[in-house]
Write a protein of this length. Sequence first.
Length: 1254
Amino acid sequence: MLRRNNTEPKPSLSRGSAGGRSSSTSSSPSSSNGSPPVSGFKMLKMIKSYYQKSTSPRCRVQESDGSFFESYTALAWRQENKRLRAASEDDKECDRPPPVEIQYAIKPQAHTLSRKEFELLYIEVLYTIKHKIGTTSGGHSPYIQDLFQYAKEAFGVSPEDHARLLARATEEKPPIVILNVWVLEACGLEAKDADGYSDPYCMLGIMPGREAADDECLGTVSSDEELAASKVKDKDQRERRHSSTSKQKFSLRRKGNKNAVVKDLLPAKLIKTTQVRPNTLNPMWNEKFRFDLDDYHVDRLHLDIWDHDDEFSVVEAAKKLNEVSGFKGLGRFFKQVAQSARSKDDTSVDDFLGSVNIMLDDLPSTGVTQWYPLEGRSARSNVQGEIQLRLSLATREDRGIPEEDNWTDCRQHEDLMCIFIEYELRRYNEASYKWTGDLPQVAKTILHQHAIQGDITEVQQAVCRWQAYVRKHMEHPLSYELLHNLLLDLDRLYEDGSLSREEEEELAEAFNNFIDYSKSLLKKLREVYPPTNKTAFRRLHMMLSCLATIHKMAVFKKCCPFHRELHSEVLSLIKKSNVEWYDRVYSNCKAHAKSEEESLQGLIELCNQLNSDIYKAYHNYNSLFEEMTGVHYFQVTYKQMEKALSVDMKKGLEDELGEEVNQDTEKILKANDCLHEPSSLGPLLASSQPGALNLNTGLFELYMNLQEFSRYGRLLPHSDIKQLSILNYYHWFKCAVTKWLIIAHHRADRRIRKAVELEKVAHAEAAVKYSTSAVDVCCCFTQITEFWKQLAWPDRAGAYPFVYKLTEDICNGAKLYADLVHTKLTEKGYYDDEGQFDVTEELCITINNIEQVRRSLKPLPTLLDFNEIQQAVELARDEPLHHAHQKKGGGSNPQALGDAAIGLLGTASLQGIIKMADESMVNKIRQVVDRVADKMRPDIKKDVFHLNWAPESLPAEEAVGDLLEYLDSNLLTLNKNLLKTNFERILSSIWVEVLEEFREVLDTEEMRPPVFYQRMFQALSLLVDFLYANGNGLEMEAILIEPFENLRKELTMHKMDTLTLIETFYVEKNEQQTHTTSSDYGVLNVRAVYRFDSHTLFVEVLSAKDLIPLDANGLSDPYVLVSLGPDHVFPGISTQSTKIVKKTLNPMFDESFEFQVLPSQCTHHGATLIFTVMDHDLVFQNDFGGEAFLALADVHGVGGEEVSGYDALSIATLSLLLPKASDHGALDVLRRRTWDGVAQDFIKKRSKIEQQST
C-alpha cells in the first residue's frame, strides 16, 4: 500500500542513503551501480547458489523439454572432463617404470660361446692375470687373488674347473714383453747450423740390464707380488749400475774411439731411427716404435738426438751397419752407426743434441706420456731442450702371426666384456636401464691387462666396449646415456686407418644391429615411449641422440658408406608407424559398432584418440624429432592422419546421416521455409513428449572433436593448409545445425512458458529479489549462445543465417517472457482502478525479472560476433569473383549463402533486432513503472498544493516536508526490492509526476507574490538534492530534464520583482535577436559607439533592406525610431527619429544620433538600444514595420576601450522582428501581475506594439 506515514524512522534519499539502501546492495551483480549486463558463465555462477538451494522448480522446467539445452552445453564440459581424466592418468603414469623395450623390439641374433670357446676365453683371462705387467696405477686392483676370484665368479666356473684351467694357463709359454715407444716431439733444441737451426733426428734402442745367461736364470716375473723378492735381490746391483751411468753418460760417439772393433753379436732390430726434421728447433715426429724386452725390470730405453749434417741418410747408415755380425754392447753399436753415417772427411760429423735414459721397471701399466729433459755426454756437455715420449708395455705370443694382427685379442676382449656386463647385471637389484654401466675395479683391471697384453689400442677398446654394451642392450635394455657416451668416446678416439677391414666390418654390423633394433622400437613409438612417462620419453630422447651421433661419426661413414641418411630413414619409419597405428585404432573403433549409435560413438572415439595423439605429436614429439633428426614429426603425422580421417569420417557420416551430409545451406534454408515451422517437423513439434524431437548429442560431440582436430591443421605451413580437406568438416553438419536451431526455438518457447508457470521467488545472496523464471530464461539464452560459441562455425559469412535466426529467436523469447509476466500482473488486477494499490515485493520482482532478461540481450553482439559476421557477408556479397574460388574450397559467397541469407541481410541488421526487442521490453517496464507513479500522483498533487498555499512565513524546508516524507516512505520498498536500473526508472517517472504538479500549480493557480515563488524554487532545489542523494539516487542528467529546466526558468522569473522582470524581458529580446538568422521582415544596418570620456552614445542608422510593404502600392514610407530601454534605467531619455524615406523598401538613412548616458547605465542588466521601423501614413495611424535590439553591453567603448570613430567600426546588420506573445517568458509573468501598476503599464506599451504588428 502507498504509505502516508511511517511508524519508524527511515533513512532518506536526501541524506545520501539512496532511500535506505545498504552498502551491501552494491555488491550484488544485479544491483551494482553502472554494472554491465551479466552474461555467459558469469550468470550461471551468479545463480549457482539458487540452484543449490531450490532445485525443484528448476528440475521441473528442465524436465519440460528433457534437459534439451543442458545436454548440448554439457558437451564441452564432457570433453574437458575427458581431458582432465586423461591428464590425471598421465600424472599417475609419469613416474611409472617405462614399457619393456624387448617386448616390442626385434629379436637380436643370439651370440653364444661354445664350451670350448668359453674355456679358451677363461684360460686367456687366467693367463692375462698370471702375466700381469706394469706397475699398478689408474685405480686398477693390484691384488692377484682378487682378480682370480672375480674371474671365477663372473664366468661361473666351479673350483675344480678353475684349478684345471689355471693349470693349463700356467703351462702356456710366457709372453714376450714389448715396449711401445711414441716419439712425439722435442722443443728448445740447440742450434747447430749456420742459419740458426738444426736438422734433428733420433736414434733409440734398448740397453740390456744383464747378460743373456743371467736373463735365462732370472726367468719371467708375472706379478707385482712375485717381483718384490727379485727387486730386493737386485737392488745393490742396479744401484751400482745407476751410479756408474750417472758418472759416465752413454753416447753414440766417444773421442779417441774412431776405430772401434765389433766383438759381440747384436740383432739389428734393437736400434731404430726417426725421420730427419730439417730447419727446426722444435721438431714434430709422432712416430711409433716397438722393442722386445728381455727383462723390463732392468732394461732401459736410450735415445740420442743428433743434428744431421750429411746428405747421406741416417737410416741407410743404420741399415748398412745392421749387416755387421755383432758388437760389444749396445753402446758400441750406437757409436758405430754414428761413425758410419759420416763421410770419409772427418770434418763432416753429425752434431750431438742430447740424450735420455729411461728405466722401465717403474713404467705404469696404463703407460705414460711425459716430457724428458735432454742430458749431455758428460757434466761438461752444454745441452738444452726436452723431448716428449709416450711409453707403454704390451706382450705378444710367439704364434707365428704378424705382430700387428690382434684380431683374435679384440674378439676375446669383446666377449670378456660381455661376460662381465652380464655378471654385473645379474648382481644389479634394479631395472637394467638404471644401471650406469660402470664395472668394478677388478673387472677393469682384468680388461686393462688384457688390452695392454694384447696390444689392443684405445680405439679398438672403444669399439669393443660399444659392441659389447650394444649386444647386452638388446638383451637387457641399458641406459641410452651410457650408450651415447660410448659413441662419443669412440668418435673421439677414431682416426682414419686405425681399424682393420675385419674390425670395420664387425663394427658396421654392430651399428646396423643397433639401428635396426632402434627402428623396431620407433615403429611402436606411442606404446614404447609415451610422453606421459617421464623415463620412457627421456629414453626416446637419448636413443635419438645415439642415432644422430652414429650418423655423424666418421667411423660410421667409413664402415657404412651406403647407409641412408637419418632424416629420410626416420621419415619413412614414422610414416609406416602412423599408418599401422591409425589402422589399428580405426579397426578397434569400428569393431564395436553394432548399431548406428555405436557407429557414431566409434567415430567419436576415433577422433578423441587422434586428437590426443596429435596433441602429443605437437607438444612432445615434434621438437624432439626436429632437433635430433630434422623430421617435422607433427607435420608428417597430421597430414597422414588428416587424409585418412577425412575419408573415413565422410563415409561414416554418410552412413549415419545419408544425403543430409552433402546438402548446402541454400537447400537447407529453402527446405525449412525461413526457419519457422517446417511442415515436416510440425507434428513432432506439437508433440508434448519431451523426446519427440531431438538430435543426437553425439553428432555435435563429433563436430567438436573434428573442430579440435582441424585447429591443429592451422599450425601447418600455409602451403600445406590449402591442401587439407578436414578444414571443411563443418559442411557435413549444416543440416544438423539448422535442425537444432529450429528445435531450440520451440524448446526455448516451451521452457519460457513453463518457467513463468512454475516461477518461485528466490532470495539471492544480495538484497535484491528476483524470481526463478528470470533465472531460467536467462540461463536458457546463455545455454543457446554458449552452445553456438562452442560450435565456433568456421565460415563467418555462412554463419549469418544461423546467427540471424539465433538472435531473432532469443529476442522473440525475451519479448514473449515480458508479455507473459506482464499479462500475469494484469490478471492479478495491477491495472484495475478499483481497490487498494500496494507497492508489493511481487510488483518489484516482476519489474526486475523483465529487466534481468532484457540485460541478457546486451552481450549478444559480442557473444555471437556480429561485426565479424556482417563484415564477412558484405565482403562475400561485394566480391563476385570470390564465388568461383570458394566454390572449390567450400567457402561462402552470396550464392552459397542462398537467397534467404541475402534477404535477411537486406531486411534488418542484427543490431536492429536487438534494438527492437530492447525497446519493447523497456516499454513494458515503463508501463508498470508509470502505473506506480500514476497511483502516487494524487498524494503528490496534494502535497504540492499545500506547499503553494502554506503561510508566507513557513520556510521551504518545512513546506516541502510532507512531500519529501511521502516520497521517502514509499521509495524505501522500491529501493529495497528493485534493481538499480528499475529503481531509477521509478524515480524518473515520479520526478516527472512531481514536475507536472509543479507546472499545473504554476499555470492554473492565480498569481502570487514573488516570495511564494521563491519558496517553490527552493523546494524544487530540495527535491533535486533528495533525488540525487549524493550520487546514490538518480543521475543528475536524469534530473535536469527539459520540463525541469523550463519550470526552473519560470520560477526564476516568478520570484523576480517587476523591474527585474522588465530587464529580463530585454535580455530575452537581445538573445532572440542574436539567435535570429532569417530576414523575413527585412534587415536594418546600424553602427554604434560609446565615447567613454564624454559619456556619449553615438548611433548611426545607415539603411534598411527588404522591408515589408505596408502601403497599398506595395511600398512603404519608412522611418526609424531610436530609443533606450528599460525606461527605469534611462529615465528622461527621449526617443529620436530618422527622416521619412518615401515609397521604398530599401531606404537609405545615413543619420546619426547622440545620447548622453553613463557607463553604469550602459552595462546595467537588460540595457538595450531599440530600433523601431515605422511606415508613415498621412491619414491613418502609422504602421509598425518591425523592431531590432542591440545590447548596450556589446557596443564598442562601453568597457572603456578607446574608439577612433564610426569608420573603424563594423556595420551591425540586425534582422527585424515582429513581437509575439510568449507563453512562459518574462512578458507573460508581467502580464499576470494584475495587481502591479508598473507591470501593467509596461504590458500596455508592449500590447500596443503587438496590435500594430498584426
